[in-house]
Design a protein around this ligand. Structure first.
Ligand code: RB5
Length: 143
């Protein structure tokens, strides 16, 4: 599994924590920035990560900013991206099972690192169940 991750300055520390955790879990993770604490614009990072996921270069992406809201809004503007903003493990599970999300968004000012890592683990471990949900996901692609 290849995962791309990105953050703005507000979630730099959470991104590093997630990267470390994924590497310890043996997952191939690429940090696409930002790499400094300087203020930057989350749409730029979201676009970078999402275009690579949409092109198939990475299977999944993780985007973190202060609230996760800006990243999720930006991510869902990229064709082929289904970004889910999750701050609990149940939503993370459903975002994969029912919505076949390929981008997970979180807010570093909303969740602590322990919960964030539990959300990441839950999201990664779940699979899309298909069936009636496949029809709905196809409709999403056609909007
Ligand atoms: C940056 O201050 C903040 O606006 C950003 O990280 C994010 O929360 C936007 O949705």
């Amino acid at each position: 599994m290849k995962i791309a991750i990105g953050s703005d300055h507000a979630a730099l520390d959470l991104k590093s924590t997630i990267v470390e955790h994924l590497k310890e879990s043996g997952i191939d993770v690429t940090d696409l920035g930002t790499h400094t604490a300087d203020s930057c614009d989350y749409p730029d990072i979201a676009k970078l990560v999402c275009e690579k996921v949409a092109a198939g270069e990475y299977q999944y992406g993780i985007l973190v900013c202060g609230t996760g809201i800006g990243m999720s809004i930006a991510a869902n503007k990229v064709k082929g991206i289904r970004a889910a903003l999750c701050h609990d493990t149940f939503s993370a599970s459903m975002a994969k099972q029912h919505n076949n999300s390929n981008i997970l968004c979180m807010g570093a000012r909303v969740v602590g690192s322990g919960l964030a890592l539990a959300i990441v683990d839950e999201w990664i471990s779940q699979e899309f169940v298909g069936g009636r949900h496949a029809i709905r996901v196809e409709k999403l692609e056609n909007i």
